[in-house]
Design a protein around this ligand. Structure first.
Ligand SMILES: C[S@@+](CC[C@H](N)C(=O)[O-])C[C@H]1O[C@@H](n2cnc3c(N)ncnc32)[C@H](O)[C@@H]1O
Length: 285
């Protein structure tokens, strides 16, 4: 079968050919590294049909011509095609590892005036960095004031502007916050209509920024810990290897990298990390 199979035309509002699929897949790969093989035809169609309607267009070739000339619409197309699934305390073993193995040393360093930096790379709508903050603070809301006076910061980035806006707002549907342990939820969430709003104290140490992992990174100083979970599954092997080599460069010696449960360190960069736990790695000095 053709690698890029078109969808059957019956009952479709817009024709979607194999050539349209290939052109969109090439564009998204070039912009974000995300692979969109033939199994994603329905997803592409479903998400971009909305953009065609919003732009008042009636064919995919017209939409492709628009994204070729309009950087704003190109960014909206990439945004529409990212998969942003996440959850509070997803793959909780990483947060447990952080609390038990890393935080005691970091807390000591911070207490003596030192600095600690964590990067949540591809943070989606923010559940990952907020889970980290709750891991550190537990249910002690006063500990947040103390931490705010110390040199501790979390950088949380994602390619998608829409998820970064959600993360910054810190408001989540009740279904989403139900994944938090009950005591954490009552310590850090305030009900606002049909949503839970996270306390500003929890949000304070986190800087949310739009950042494409494939482009230049503006950060100059290294990180103690990088979370990059459940994004490399969308990338091909060369992209994964390049990204992991850049993470190694961006970590302090002995710094820690957490990756997603279905992700692996490719052989090209294996010498730069050693495994210290379940999908947890330490940069080799
Ligand atoms: C499935 S979510 C993972 C969120 C979180 N890390 C977790 O494990 O729950 C993947 C995220 O990667 C982001 N992403 C995809 N390609 C990216 C790129 N090239 N640069 C930065 N973020 C990217 C998507 O926008 C999406 O929010």
């Amino acid at each position: 079968m053709n690698a890029f199979a078109a969808l059957p035309e019956r009952e479709m509002e817009f024709a979607f050919s194999a050539a349209d699929h290939r052109a969109i897949a090439d564009l998204i790969y070039a912009e974000s590294g995300i692979l969109l093989p033939d199994t994603k035809a329905k997803l592409i169609y479903g998400r971009l049909a909305r953009r065609l309607r919003a732009c008042g267009l009636s064919t995919f070739p017209d939409y492709l011509a628009l994204v070729a000339s309009d950087a704003g619409e190109r960014a909206r197309a990439v945004d529409a095609l990212t998969t942003n699934h996440t959850a509070f305390f997803r793959e909780n073993h990483h947060f447990e590892h952080f609390r038990e193995s890393l935080w005691p040393g970091f807390a000591e360093r911070l207490a003596s005036g030192g600095r600690v930096r964590v990067w949540s790379a591809a943070c989606s709508s923010g559940e990952e960095p907020y889970s980290l903050m709750m891991t550190i603070l537990g249910t002690d809301t006063r500990a947040a004031d103390k931490l705010a006076r110390q040199d501790f910061r979390v950088l949380a980035t994602d390619l998608s502007p829409s998820v970064i806006a959600t993360a910054r707002a810190g408001r989540y549907p009740l279904d989403t916050t139900r994944a938090m342990p009950a005591a954490m939820r009552s310590a850090w969430c305030r009900r606002v209509g049909e949503m839970d709003e996270l306390s500003p104290a929890l949000r304070e140490p986190i800087a949310f920024r739009e950042l494409n992992l494939l482009r230049k990174w503006p950060m100059r100083r290294p990180f103690d810990v990088i979370f990059c979970r459940n994004v490399m599954i969308y990338f091909d092997e060369p992209t994964k290897a390049q990204l992991l080599a850049r993470f190694a460069d961006q970590l302090v010696d002995g710094g820690i990298l957490y990756i997603g449960h279905a992700e692996r360190i490719p052989p090209e960069v294996a010498a730069r990390f050693h495994c210290i736990g379940r999908t947890a790695f330490q940069k080799v000095s």
